[in-house]
Design a protein around this ligand. Structure first.
Ligand code: DLZ
Length: 160
């Protein structure tokens, strides 16, 4: 599980199916927007690198990570995309708020996956410090956005 053992941007390129024709919805949180912007950038670049057209990526912002579930549910129910990537970043503060947001968002996204309609990819960074988040949005541990894009492609193309 530790990112120090795994760079989030490393993957076997031969294991990734061609994503031509795939449509992706990305819901992205505005909280910690420098971090989530970098995650979004990584996800989009990697999707496009593997064949997704820029016009086939629909990006919808939400205020915070707690709202990712609503945004992802809207994508799931609209039926216009093949996969959803939910991008957010929660950084631990002085109160238990962190735990409630992480639990709510994670459980909500997991519930959507349990419906089995389209895959919802978990792009939520849950970090103790801002530095840890920076390390995972293009820093020393790669970019979780890249990992989400590859996961979305594999989940869609692997189940066609
Ligand atoms: C309120 C809040 C706090 C304290 N911290 C974060 C955070 O680190 N990352 C994040 O994405 N959102 C945070 N939020 C906002 C909540 O996700 C949510 O938008 C509000 O509680 C309103 O529902």
């Amino acid at each position: 599980m530790a990112s120090s053992l795994h760079n989030l941007s490393d993957y076997d390129i031969n294991s990734v199916p061609d994503a031509t024709g795939m449509k992706v919805g990305i819901v992205v949180s505005e909280w910690n927007d420098k971090i989530t912007g970098a995650l979004l950038d990584g996800a989009c670049k990697t999707l496009i690198k593997h064949g997704v057209k820029e016009d086939d990526i629909i990006v919808k912002p939400v205020p915070g990570s707690f709202e990712l579930v609503y945004g992802a549910a809207r994508f799931v129910n609209a039926g216009l995309v093949d996969a959803v990537i939910a991008i957010g970043c929660v950084i631990r503060g002085d109160t238990p708020h962190f735990d409630y947001i992480c639990q709510g968002a994670t459980q909500g996204l997991a519930d959507l996956n349990r419906e089995g309609k389209i895959p919802v990819i978990y792009g939520l960074l849950t970090c103790n410090t801002h530095e840890q988040a920076q390390e995972r949005c293009g820093g020393m541990f790669g970019n979780k956005g890249d990992e989400c894009a590859i996961t979305a492609i594999k989940m869609v193309k692997g189940w066609e």
